[in-house]
Design a protein. Structure first.
Length: 137
């Protein structure tokens, strides 16, 4: 498998803000990064449904890589809910920041495991791999 579809799922307006800065840094629009700004009124299942809808619109890519902001919060729990239904296609990390996003964009042509390894090298204690086996926290 080569290449990952990146899904950036964070509390509003963080996902859009990170995406905008990444676009600025790369000097172009990054339309291949899917951005989800999760509102405070949304529940994890609503987030999971929004992710599933976009995944279907994209013709169900076989490799999805999630970047989310905070472990145990609604965006994270929505991602975990999606991953539980699609464990074979989804990997991801929680604790995203601008350097992690830029690195993920740079290496998105790699497979999921390779991308995860590239992110793991420099991230330290603040980034955690997301597993579909994790319970909602």
């Amino acid at each position: 498998m080569s290449g990952c579809c990146l899904f950036l799922v964070c509390h509003a307006p963080l996902a859009s803000a990170l995406h905008a800065v990444a676009c600025h840094g790369f000097g172009r629009s990054l339309s291949d990064v899917e951005v989800f700004d999760v509102l405070s009124s949304q529940e994890p299942e609503q987030v999971s449904q929004a992710i599933a809808l976009r995944w279907h619109e994209l013709k169900q890519p076989k490799a999805v890589f999630f970047l989310t902001d905070m472990i145990g919060a609604t965006p994270y729990n929505g991602v975990v809910a999606f991953m539980k239904r699609h464990p074979d296609i989804a990997k991801g990390v929680a604790g995203v920041n601008l350097p992690v996003l830029l690195r993920a964009i740079t290496y998105r042509s790699l497979g999921q495991c390779e991308l995860l390894a590239k992110l793991g090298g420099d991230t330290g204690q603040y980034l955690q791999t997301i597993s579909p086996l994790q319970a909602d926290r």
